[in-house]
Ligand binder design. Sequence first.
Ligand SMILES: CCCCCCCCCCCCCCCC(=O)SCCNC(=O)CCNC(=O)[C@H](O)C(C)(C)COP(=O)(O)OP(=O)(O)OC[C@H]1O[C@@H](n2cnc3c(N)ncnc32)[C@H](O)[C@@H]1OP(=O)(O)O
Length: 183
Amino acid sequence: MAKVKKASESLTIMTNIVLPNETNSLRNLFGGELLAKMDRCASISAARHCERRVVTASVNHVSFNHPIPEGGVVVLESKVSRAFSTSMEVYVDVWLDDPINQKKIHTNEGIYTFVAVDEFNRPIPIPDMIPETEEEKLRHAAAIRRKELSLILSGRMKPLDSIELKKLFQEPEETKDSKKDKK
Ligand SMILES: CCCCCCCCCCCCCCCC(=O)SCCNC(=O)CCNC(=O)[C@H](O)C(C)(C)COP(=O)(O)OP(=O)(O)OC[C@H]1O[C@@H](n2cnc3c(N)ncnc32)[C@H](O)[C@@H]1OP(=O)(O)O
């Protein structure tokens, strides 16, 4: 297995048409259906990167910016944005594609964390990942902050142990001083 892989090697594209049984009462794609599609797409990217079985460790962020109507063509594109030791972040972009008028609207994005596991479901090391495009480089650089935030929110890291986000959780000196004054 290669020790370093490119982000583009994990690119996964899934194209689907929205069927009536996937919609909500407004006849738009139901959010939970979209989340499942995003998880499937992202997990294939993760498996392509590490060439191993993967499990979803965390769904770090999902935004719903634009509804996707029944009959719409939905395109999901995912790529690994950063590889850590045994875990990796995967970015999923979702588009509503209008093949007749040749228009594409970016409707959603999601950020997932997957962990590569062995046959006993224990985490195992994965190849590193090199970003190449500007967007890949930006997502790669910010991924370390998102990882720390996800670990803090899931109770796996103490805020003050974080390297990138420590400041967010530290009380400013002035506040500490004003508290002392009140005592
Ligand atoms: C060749 C290819 C062709 C492709 C074609 C085949 C495609 C084939 C696709 C298969 C697709 C199946 C996709 C199923 C996707 C589900 O549906 S999985 C079901 C839902 N998920 C689960 O059940 C997972 C349950 N959780 C677990 O098993 C364990 O908690 C985990 C996730 C393995 C972690 O285990 P642990 O012992 O706690 O491990 P720990 O060492 O503490 O953490 C391991 C890493 O995870 C990170 N981590 C853990 N939790 C978090 C968190 N909340 N946030 C961020 N990072 C975290 C840690 O920081 C650490 O990262 P590294 O610094 O090592 O990189």
